[in-house]
Design a protein around this ligand. Structure first.
Ligand SMILES: C[S@@+](CC[C@H](N)C(=O)[O-])C[C@H]1O[C@@H](n2cnc3c(N)ncnc32)[C@H](O)[C@@H]1O
Length: 236
């Protein structure tokens, strides 16, 4: 019993201490729960910040149908995880960026996952607040984002220890404003256009149509090009 934490300490990655956070992998059952909590949908874009051996990215792409990106600073882990992604035939849906997560633009994310440290989350917070769109889900394993109010806090038991999961949702709304009336041939665009009333958010339109916010955002962008949508107001 008592030697278990010691074994874990010895197996902790020493090279990793050179970076913001050492490499410690999230157990598979916990990864799956993180992705379930975030309700990752096919076609959504997920970023795992500090992706280690790529397990979150791989599961998000393989089991949840996401377009998944990992950001990993260590070259060895980047190479190892990219090799595994290729072996599994997932290269069209999963990729690892060999960089610091402080330098990667996250504005396209629907879901962000992290297993870092509270102090690192604190340093990342201004970037997340600047770049993430309203309603983006953030799941953090074991370490909270100081000052953010979680939507869900869950404890999950796995082998010899429990893991805490924090689910956050970026506050605010993206509201498309109606533009000019145009006869639309495309049924899907017409369905979206009918729900654009200057008060409904992308999230509310997505819920009404039973699709992801990403799909509605893409349709609204098409409608904006056609002049049917004037602009998308971001209300924080
Ligand atoms: C605790 S591990 C988590 C690995 C994986 N996300 C998981 O949950 O299994 C943190 C990872 O972050 C990486 N890392 C540390 N600082 C980083 C930075 N500034 N940018 C990108 N990756 C970083 C480490 O090399 C390590 O692989």
């Amino acid at each position: 019993m008592w030697d278990l934490p010691l074994v874990n300490l010895y197996s902790t990655d020493i090279v990793g201490f050179m970076y913001d956070v050492p490499f410690v992998a999230t157990p598979e059952v916990v990864v799956r729960r993180m992705l379930q909590l975030a309700r990752v949908q096919p076609g959504e874009i997920l970023y795992d910040l500090g992706s280690g051996d790529g397990r979150i990215v791989i599961m998000a792409a393989k089991e949840f149908g996401a377009r998944a990106f990992g950001v990993e600073i260590r070259k060895d882990l980047y190479e190892q995880s990219m090799a595994r992604i290729k072996d599994l035939g997932l290269a069209d849906r999963a990729t690892i960026i060999n960089a610091s997560f402080f330098d990667v633009d996250l504005s396209n994310a629907d879901v962000v996952t992290m297993y870092l440290l509270t102090s690192v989350n604190e340093r990342l917070k201004p970037k997340l607040e600047r770049e993430l769109r309203p309603a983006t889900r953030v799941v953090s394993h074991d370490f909270e984002v100081p000052g953010w109010r979680p939507v869900v806090v869950e404890e999950i038991y796995e082998e010899w220890r429990s893991h805490k999961l924090f689910l956050y949702k970026v506050p605010g709304k993206e509201v498309p404003m109606p533009g000019k009336a145009v006869a639309l041939e495309d049924k899907w665009l017409r369905q979206v256009a009918e729900l654009v009333d200057g008060s409904r958010s992308l999230e509310e339109i997505a819920a009404k149509l039973g699709v992801t916010i990403r799909r509605v955002r893409e349709a609204v962008e098409e409608l904006r090009k056609l002049g049917v949508v004037d602009e998308v107001k971001i209300i924080k």
